[in-house]
Design a protein around this ligand. Structure first.
Ligand SMILES: Cc1cc2nc3c(=O)[nH]c(=O)nc-3n(C[C@H](O)[C@H](O)[C@H](O)COP(=O)(O)OP(=O)(O)OC[C@H]3O[C@@H](n4cnc5c(N)ncnc54)[C@H](O)[C@@H]3O)c2cc1C
Length: 529
């Protein structure tokens, strides 16, 4: 079975949807988006709370670049940060406000309301309440629905990129550069793998938070895109830079829900479960208002050293009941639904994997080292975030690089299509046995605990060596499981996850210098930020 399309986009978050919207302007061009989720809006983008950065009122692109480079701890690529700051604000106006009609919050006199976040020198964050990502993705998808040349295929999980020479029937393709011609995609309802053949393929499959035990990311962020690109031979960089958020909810049923840093900004204090305030011991000059990484590592240290399953964040002793409900309506409602009344009791929190700063290397147009394969958004690494991401810049990155990749593809004119006879169909014969969900669940948990304890907030040679040994062993088991069992979405994700975990662990092992969100406690290096 095969489908042909001019452009295949894997992923439907802000990056994939933005690329599709630009490409769709040429009604002759056929665009197919696939997403493993049943709802096209389901993605990391959907859960973004704070907002999307732009250039504010008494602000400039140069100032934004300065803040990005400063957060990136010396590893952000200045030219990439400049592209973001120069092109982003216009795209927010043209695409998000204009074409998609996103209703960002405004002041009482009708001007856009710019919020301010940590490490930004100016108020410049546009938001829609505290559910900005949802408003953006739903608006982009509604806009895409207006185009008859755009097809969105849901419940469709990409298994592998189709690349030559690897998948070619013609052996002479070995003398040509590695080239991508689409992807093998598992269609969940039919339980079959179809070849989606395309002249250009855009990987927009998001991040990998789910390879960690604690994460703010939804279930689809398994590193699928990273693993597929890596297997195809694409260059992957900066894998060690995984950003952790200090405070995610640690209550059954609400795990991973983000407790905004604004809670500490309003005077919230951290305590151990037995009532000991601990931040002053880790950061005497800042206390509870220490930077994100410092707080996350302090909490992690308390949990590891004392065996606490979480720590407590207290805001009820600081703010009145009314003020808490007014200032944090979503957090209040979410916690209350889980029987935590934050106006009366502290909030159990843990640090959680939040954002992948590394990824598939791309140039300023989203091109990877594989011909006709583009990568955009969180799966990609164009250099904006360096060793640490500045808050609220990732949505904008998806918008800007989505647009750039689309423009680059459009500029190529007619794209080279592959003959279906040159690509073998997916080999499924003889695989009768269904995957055992207990095995998948257990293996996934092993990956998540290994990454959390050994490749998490604090890394050391010994922990990383242990992680790699365990992950390599598990990878072999999962690979043979994968080759002898009928596919399903969870099994595909498990295979991608273990490979993404190995990429992160190997990069962390090779880089002995602490920088940004990569922190090693057994080697000298740049001071952790
Ligand atoms: C809780 C939370 C809050 C955040 N807050 C902010 C914020 O305020 N501001 C900000 O700028 N950033 C924020 N971020 C980060 C930001 O949301 C993401 O970095 C960004 O949305 C990534 O967009 P994307 O399009 O690259 O990927 P995603 O939005 O994650 O989309 C990935 C897509 O790929 C699909 N996919 C994955 N694997 C496969 C596969 N194998 N086959 C087919 N489809 C697949 C998914 O289904 C999805 O459609 C936040 C993230 C989280 C989790």
């Amino acid at each position: 079975m095969s489908s042909q399309t001019d452009v295949l986009i894997i992923g439907c978050g802000i990056a994939g949807a933005s690329a599709a919207l630009r490409l769709a302007q040429d009604r002759e061009r056929q665009i197919t988006l696939v997403t493993r989720a049943a709802d096209p809006a389901e993605s990391n983008s959907r859960y973004a709370q704070g907002g999307i950065v732009t250039v504010g009122e008494k602000d400039s692109a140069a100032l934004l670049v300065k803040d990005i480079l400063s957060a990136g701890a010396g590893l952000s690529l200045p030219s990439a940060a400049r592209i973001l700051a120069d092109e982003g604000p216009n795209l927010v106006r043209e695409v998000l406000i204009g074409a998609a009609g996103v209703a960002f919050d405004r002041t009482s006199d009708g001007r856009l309301a710019y919020g301010r976040e940590a490490a930004h020198s100016r108020p410049r964050i546009l938001h829609v309440g505290d559910a900005t990502g949802r408003a953006i993705v739903e608006a982009l998808i509604a806009a895409l629905r207006q185009y008859s040349n755009v097809r969105i295929v849901t419940s469709a999980t990409a298994v592998d990129l189709i690349t030559f020479p690897h998948h070619a029937r013609n052996p002479l393709t070995v003398y040509r550069p590695i080239t991508c011609y689409g992807a093998y995609v598992f269609e969940q309802p039919r339980r079959t793998v179809r070849r989606y053949l395309a002249g250009a393929t855009i990987l927009a499959a998001g991040g990998l938070g789910r390879i960690y035990r604690h994460t703010t990311n939804p279930e689809g962020a398994r590193g699928d895109g990273l693993a597929m690109a890596y297997r195809s031979g694409a260059r992957v960089i900066n894998g060690e830079y995984v950003q952790f958020h200090p405070t995610a909810l640690a209550v059954p049923g609400g795990e991973g829900f983000l407790i905004s840093e604004a809670v500490r900004g309003e005077g919230g204090r951290l305590f151990t479960p037995d009532g000991r305030a601990f931040m002053a011991a880790y950061a005497p000059q800042w206390g509870d208002l220490a930077p994100r990484d410092v707080v996350a590592r302090a909490i992690h240290h308390e949990m590891v050293e004392c065996g606490y399953p979480y720590v407590l964040l207290d805001i009820h002793s600081v703010l009145s009941r009314d003020r808490i409900r007014e200032r944090f309506p979503t957090i209040y409602a979410r916690c209350l639904a889980l029987d935590i009344d934050i106006t009366r009791q502290p909030i159990p929190v843990v640090p959680a994997a939040h954002y992948f700063c590394g990824g598939v290397w791309t140039d300023e147009w989203g091109r990877t080292t594989v011909e006709q394969l583009y990568a955009i958004g969180e799966v990609a690494c164009a250099g904006v975030h360096g060793a640490n991401r500045l808050a609220s810049t990732s949505l904008l990155e998806g918008l800007v690089w989505g647009d750039r990749a689309a423009r680059h593809i459009a500029a190529q004119g007619v794209l080279p299509m592959v003959d279906p006879d040159d690509v073998p169909p997916w080999e499924e014969a003889g695989l009768e046995e269904d995957a055992d969900p207990a095995l998948i669940w257990r293996d996934m948990r092993t990956i998540q605990y290994t990454m959390w304890h050994y490749v998490g907030l604090v890394r050391s040679t010994r922990r990383l060596a242990r992680a790699l040994r365990d992950l390599n062993h598990l990878n072999q088991d999962i690979d043979s499981f994968y080759r002898t069992t009928r596919l399903n979405d969870a099994l595909i994700g498990l295979r991608h996850s273990v490979q993404a975990a190995r990429i992160v662990a190997e990069a962390a092992q090779h880089n002995r210098q602490s920088r940004g969100c990569h922190y090693r406690d057994d080697t000298k290096g740049a001071a952790p930020v």
